[in-house]
Design a protein. Structure first.
Length: 475
């Protein structure tokens, strides 16, 4: 059987892949760093297939390549020393930018870590027979690539812009002229069909094209409020004003950024290990309050300012219960549509959510964060430690119905549709010609509270007047 070299800086992945291939009869050599792989090629160690992660944490020591941590560049370096076997990239990075890079690099096979182990086995067997392997998922993603994917230099310029760097700083870091940087910026705007670089950052994040070293793109660092796409106000006739688009989006049809509960920046990987408000485990969460709307943990407040914030649970429920709901398809994407009591319209993408490094359940569901969460905490005798679980309460949209008060996973990346308080009180009882017409008044949960609107506290109610039943906001 062939000899396979596996290079991955995650020991668990390394052991798992080695075990799978050894059971199939392959001779496996596993190493954690690119240094070791390059040295094996340098000293002529015979290897038929090299399997490498796309991103590796340790650079090799060659002077011409100091600082690289890339599986593709590592394979290229190995070939300089005589490696002539087949190459396979085994990665979780299925973003359009990375798919294009792997295609351009001409690797013999790409398998994603989310695919079944049988796919990896089939790929290695195919390569060991001297054939190229083009797996199903990689082939599908490759076919979806459009002309608009950014070049390597354009992508790097966009990363620097997201870090808050100016043209002269970017030019210095990339050893370019400022005129060349401006040229790349104009190409970015054209390819992403946006008006400014703040919108370019938001769109690139929603498409999975943008990642920064360290795993985060921090919109609040180096991007002023005025530069983050500011939404327009939509009046639905409810107790608050809603934004016309998601946080980080420039239009109602864009997903915008994905935010874990309480975090104010987007990132590459959404897991409990990367969640800011826990100690690496689901049961070791921090207490950040039961309603974070308007606080330092509110991404809409931090990134937009101007009175925008996360909706409270009550305001989110009001949207779902007081408005008519439907859905529609546009350019292959599904959208939810709310029509308010006053006829106002709100469009919200059913764009899935971020789990690990990929967006899942697209066109099937999307969860929209509210400021609300619940805690379940106590002492665990078996583990001999104090535990605390944090569970956000969200609004989930599906093509069929909206699902208010849906309990979600705090570490996953959800959408944010901001709201802001009304500046003036709006009379919402225009459909009730006179108080004498009101027979009974109920809460939205169906509990009878009064038979007169007089002395009612402000809020949303179901009002029965004669044979008619209507929903109204009382201010």
């Amino acid at each position: 059987m062939s000899t396979v070299l596996v290079v991955d800086d995650h020991p668990a992945v390394l052991r798992g892949v080695s075990s799978i291939l050894e059971k199939e009869g392959f001779t496996v050599i596993d190493v954690c760093t690119s240094d070791e792989a390059v040295l094996m090629a340098k000293f002529g160690k015979p290897v038929s297939v090299v399997i490498a992660d796309l991103t590796l944490s340790s650079p090799w020591t060659g002077e011409d390549n100091a600082g690289n941590t890339d599986g593709l560049a590592m394979i290229e370096e190995m070939r300089k020393y005589g490696f002539n076997g087949h190459s396979l990239i085994y990665t979780m990075h299925d973003e359009p930018w990375n798919v294009r890079r792997m295609n351009d690099a001409g690797v013999d096979a790409v398998v994603f870590k989310g695919e079944a182990p049988l796919v990896l086995i089939e790929a290695v067997k195919t390569l060991s027979e001297g054939k190229a392997f083009k797996g199903g998922l990689f082939r599908q993603l490759s076919e979806k690539l459009s002309y608009g994917v950014l070049s390597e230099k354009e992508h790097k310029v966009l990363e620097y812009v997201a870090e808050g760097k100016q043209n002269n700083e970017i030019a210095t870091d990339m050893v370019l002229s400022e005129k060349a940087v401006e040229y790349h910026r104009s190409n970015i705007l054209r390819k992403l069909s946006v008006r400014n670089m703040a919108q370019a950052v938001g769109k690139a994040m929603s498409l999975g094209m943008l990642r920064l070293l360290g795993g985060c793109v921090v919109l609040s660092a180096g991007v002023a409020y005025a530069e983050v796409p500011q939404p327009k106000e939509v009046d639905l006739g409810l107790s608050v004003i809603w934004a016309d688009c998601n946080l980080g989006a420039a239009t109602p049809y864009e997903e915008g950024g994905a935010f874990a509960f309480g975090e104010t920046s987007v990132k590459e990987n959404y897991t409990w290990e990367t969640y800011k408000y826990c100690d690496g485990e689901v049961y070791l969460c921090h207490d950040i309050g039961e309603n974070i709307s308007g606080t330092e943990y509110d991404a809409a407040k931090v990134l937009l300012g101007n009175g925008w914030r996360l909706p409270t649970l009550e305001e989110s429920n009001e949207l779902a219960e007081m408005c008519d709901y439907g859905s529609f398809e546009k350019d292959g994407a599904m959208y939810g549509q709310f029509i308010g009591p006053n006829g106002g319209e709100l469009i919200m993408p059913i764009c899935g959510y971020m789990s690990r490094a990929r967006r899942v359940a697209v066109n099937e569901q999307a969860f929209y964060l509210t400021g609300a969460c619940e805690y379940d905490e106590g002492y665990d005798k078996e583990e001999d430690l104090y535990v605390r679980f944090l569970t956000p309460i969200t609004l989930v949209l599906t093509p069929a119905i909206p699902l208010p008060e849906w309990y979600a996973n705090a570490s996953l990346g959800g959408c944010i549709r901001p709201v802001k308080d009304r500046t003036t009180s709006v009379e919402m009882l225009s459909g009730v010609e006179s108080e004498s017409m009101v027979e009974e008044i109920y809460t939205l949960q169906g509990v009878k509270v009064a038979s007169s609107i007089e002395n009612l506290t402000p809020g949303a109610y179901i009002i029965k007047k004669g044979s008619a039943v209507t929903k109204r906001i009382i201010h």
